[in-house]
Write a protein that binds this ligand. Sequence first.
Ligand SMILES: *[C@@H]1O[C@H](CO)[C@@H](O)[C@H](O)[C@H]1NC(C)=O
Ligand SMILES: *[C@@H]1O[C@H](CO)[C@@H](O)[C@H](O)[C@H]1NC(C)=O
Ligand SMILES: *[C@@H]1O[C@H](CO)[C@@H](O)[C@H](O)[C@H]1NC(C)=O
Ligand SMILES: *[C@@H]1O[C@H](CO)[C@@H](O)[C@H](O)[C@H]1NC(C)=O
Ligand SMILES: *[C@@H]1O[C@H](CO)[C@@H](O)[C@H](O)[C@H]1NC(C)=O
Ligand SMILES: *[C@@H]1O[C@H](CO)[C@@H](O)[C@H](O)[C@H]1NC(C)=O
Ligand SMILES: *[C@@H]1O[C@H](CO)[C@@H](O)[C@H](O)[C@H]1NC(C)=O
Ligand SMILES: *[C@@H]1O[C@H](CO)[C@@H](O)[C@H](O)[C@H]1NC(C)=O
Ligand SMILES: *[C@@H]1O[C@H](CO)[C@@H](O)[C@H](O)[C@H]1NC(C)=O
Ligand SMILES: *[C@@H]1O[C@H](CO)[C@@H](O)[C@H](O)[C@H]1NC(C)=O
Ligand SMILES: *[C@@H]1O[C@H](CO)[C@@H](O)[C@H](O)[C@H]1NC(C)=O
Ligand SMILES: *[C@@H]1O[C@H](CO)[C@@H](O)[C@H](O)[C@H]1NC(C)=O
Length: 843
Amino acid sequence: MAFILLSRCVAVLVFLLPSQSLLPVVKAAGLNLYTDKEALLSFKSQVTIDPLNTLSSWNSSSSPCNWTRVSCSQVHQRVIGLDLSGLRLTGSVSPHIGNLSFLRSLHLQENQFAGVIPDQIGSLSRLSVLNMSLNSITGPIPLNLTKCLNLQILDLMQNKISGAIPEELSSLKSLEILNLGKNNLSGTIPPSFANISTLLTLDLATNNIGGLIPADFGRLKNLKHLDLSINNLTGTVPLSLYNISSLVFLAVASNQLRGEIPDDVGDRLPNLLNFNFCINKFTGSIPRSLHNLTNIQSIRMAHNLLRGYVPSGLGNLPELQMYNIGYNLIKSSGDEGLNFLTSLVNSSHLNFLAIDGNLLEGPIPESIGNLSSSLRSLYLGGNRIHGRIPASIRHLRSLALLNISYNYVSGEIPPEIGELTNLQELHLAANKMSGRIPNSLGKLQKLNVIDLSANELVGSVPTTFVNFQQLVSIDLSSNRLNGSIPKEVFSQASLSKTLNLSSNQLTGPLPQEIKGLENVAAVDFSHNHLSGSIPDTIGSWKSLEKLFMDDNMFSGAIPATLGDVKGLEILDLSSNQISGTIPNNLGKLQALHLVNLSFNDLEGLLPQEGAFTNLSRIHVEGNSKLCVDLTCWNNQHGKKTSTAIYIVIASIAAVAVCSVIAVLLCVRKRKGKVMPRENSIKLQHPTITYRELCKATGSFDTGNLIGKGKRGADQQSITSTGGLRGSIGYIPPAFSGGLSIIKWVQSDFPANIEQVVDPELLLSIQDFQPDARFTSPEKQRECLISVLGVGLSCTADSPDQRADMRDSLQKLKTARDTLLKPPLDHKPDLDLEAGIGESSIKP
Ligand SMILES: *[C@@H]1O[C@H](CO)[C@@H](O)[C@H](O)[C@H]1NC(C)=O
Ligand SMILES: *[C@@H]1O[C@H](CO)[C@@H](O)[C@H](O)[C@H]1NC(C)=O
Ligand SMILES: *[C@@H]1O[C@H](CO)[C@@H](O)[C@H](O)[C@H]1NC(C)=O
Ligand SMILES: *[C@@H]1O[C@H](CO)[C@@H](O)[C@H](O)[C@H]1NC(C)=O
Ligand SMILES: *[C@@H]1O[C@H](CO)[C@@H](O)[C@H](O)[C@H]1NC(C)=O
Ligand SMILES: *[C@@H]1O[C@H](CO)[C@@H](O)[C@H](O)[C@H]1NC(C)=O
Ligand SMILES: *[C@@H]1O[C@H](CO)[C@@H](O)[C@H](O)[C@H]1NC(C)=O
Ligand SMILES: *[C@@H]1O[C@H](CO)[C@@H](O)[C@H](O)[C@H]1NC(C)=O
Ligand SMILES: *[C@@H]1O[C@H](CO)[C@@H](O)[C@H](O)[C@H]1NC(C)=O
Ligand SMILES: *[C@@H]1O[C@H](CO)[C@@H](O)[C@H](O)[C@H]1NC(C)=O
Ligand SMILES: *[C@@H]1O[C@H](CO)[C@@H](O)[C@H](O)[C@H]1NC(C)=O
Ligand SMILES: *[C@@H]1O[C@H](CO)[C@@H](O)[C@H](O)[C@H]1NC(C)=O
């Protein structure tokens, strides 16, 4: 007994852990260092891949106390610690681990362990730290875990654990950190958790937990960190929760919570640094007291139903890094409506500011330039902002994203924007901006996306647009731009998404140089006055999927090289003066599903294969010399046909004439209805369903995504996404240690998702999905997380860990549906006002 006591003292000294009952020691009497060794060897036998060969020293000829990553108590010579974190081990956790009766800490995090947590873990009565986070553990949380009465840290974050959370976990009376986030847990939050008075951290985020937040949680008087985000919680936030004055981090984002946020939340939670109530159904107004918390770092309430004005007090938040009240019903009026922004000049660490999608009215204050020089993202879109963009904006040198789209901003684009050399996204669409596009914008070498569409811009496309190194998407549509398209525009090899110059007054021919755009996926030149023939170098646009050149004055023949564009899906050359025959090789394009060649001067016979055999996908009306089928061709060439065929032809022709007339009427009608702000890709191709476009474009508009959805350090995310040009080429620093790309993605997933995604994913394809402007960034982030999650589960090293295709597809569909869910009930009027008017075309 004395010996046991002595060893306990040593253990206590070494580990500073609370003392424990003698009972387990007595029970474990049959176990010794020899059984520890056997247990570890059997553990090793279930590790199937050990890429770093770490376990090579684990052999029977030496004592386990000499093995790497194994620690023993000095006096007792029993295994007390096992730290196998980050070794990229694959395999399952052997049940024999339960024989390590002296084990106090078990670190298996950051490996690829699969299978279930063995029941035998319940035998580890001394266990105080269990970290299995970042593995692929499946199955439920074993009830036997509740026998590990000394557990202080239980971290199972980011596995595939399913089932309900056992309420019996509340018997772990020493538990301080309980992290079950990023699993597949369902059921409800056990109210019994309110009894774990020692809890400091409770993280249940990113699961599928429903029901109410237990009202008893107010009893968790030591709780500092509570994260219940991204679940399916309903009801209100119980008032008692606002009684936990120790709370530093409180996040309930992305649930179905409702009710008002108490106005005195800041007074009752004086230690709060992080407050995240985004994406719920909260009503009422922005609690004034939050602005009383002088140390607060992050205030987020985006995507709720909050009304009223922005309360005063923003001038007293020197530590504030993120302020996000986007997508609510916050209003302001008068010429000083946005002056609350001026108060934020005292927040010198501010790097993220979003007030978009509200009812805010007023001009942008001159003091905007006095905001923090570390500001990275500024979202002002979808409000009622008028007046000019102040030139003082030039001082926001760190700005990577500026979005003022969908407002009533007038005046010229200040040339000073060209001084924001860190800018990656510039969105000024759908305003009333006039004048020329400043040449200085060409200085924005890091620009990924530029959207100046639906304004009143005049003059020509600046030739300085040659300087962009990383441009992925450019939209200048629906303006009054004239002159010819400078050949510099076509030298952007980085342009991989969209070139949209439609609905302008552009003239002249396309230069042969267009071949430079070899990576572009969608090009829209429609509704201009472009002329000349279509250069045959167009065949070098190997990535092209959609080409709109309708309503111009193009002449000459359709270049046969278009047949080289293997991925072409939509081709619209209608309403031009194109002549000659349709190249037969267009019929060989497998992806082609919509061709509009109507109202040209085409002749000859339609290709008799591919898309051209399905007349619902082909529009060729208004080409008097064109034959749709062989019979017509034969007729034209004077060959005899039998009467029977004649009758058939006659009826087909009658139907065809009727349809043409119907289509004509239809087209007329539609043209009459076209609103000035719409452009070709967006609306005037009624034959393409919105659903198809969404499907084709993967629903990834993330014009608003960059940096959003992150807690804190948004800076790096923008920097690194900027550096990641495509998935090839750029090698992130973390790779140098031989880390695989999958592991690298896993390591940052999903907390830092912005750091791992290809910027092209992050870039705007809102041209195809106009209402995406009102899909909140938080939602988009969620969608990204699901999709990357599926990607990861499909790339597991061993085939049996890989996700089933059917499951994956289902998950992708769910992600898409979540993203494309119709906006909240209060949004339609806002959408209409913002000039979108698309709310009727929802998938
Ligand atoms: C662990 O202990 C159980 C029973 O105490 C025994 O049956 C088993 O063989 C042990 N495992 C090893 C690897 O020694
Ligand atoms: C066992 O591991 C030790 C290192 O711990 C090594 O020196 C020894 O050669 C190994 N023995 C066998 C049989 O692999
Ligand atoms: C551990 O290794 C050291 C030498 O590396 C040796 O002296 C010692 O006896 C070994 N201990 C056990 C328990 O095997
Ligand atoms: C798990 O707990 C049950 C009862 O609580 C017990 O019967 C069983 O032996 C335990 N299993 C292990 C492996 O400890
Ligand atoms: C568990 O391990 C992960 C990964 O190393 C680490 O980030 C986390 O902080 C650990 N959990 C606790 C509670 O220390
Ligand atoms: C998540 O759990 C549900 C049941 O709660 C199950 O149907 C689904 O397959 C699980 N998903 C994964 C990825 O394990
Ligand atoms: C909390 O513990 C008390 C006794 O300590 C018990 O009466 C009560 O039922 C427990 N509450 C829950 C929700 O488990
Ligand atoms: C969320 O909860 C509601 C009921 O509260 C339920 O109808 C719905 O199916 C749940 N959603 C998911 C994804 O579990
Ligand atoms: C919050 O705490 C106060 C004082 O400690 C108490 O009077 C009140 O009932 C508590 N509110 C809730 C909802 O638990
Ligand atoms: C802010 O704090 C002051 C005192 O520090 C207090 O008088 C005031 O009522 C608080 N404001 C709100 C809205 O809670
Ligand atoms: C900034 O802080 C200073 C001192 O703390 C204060 O006097 C000033 O009013 C604040 N500015 C704004 C715009 O609130
Ligand atoms: C902004 O800063 C300039 C100096 O850089 C100063 O003159 C001006 O008063 C400031 N404006 C506001 C509104 O703080």
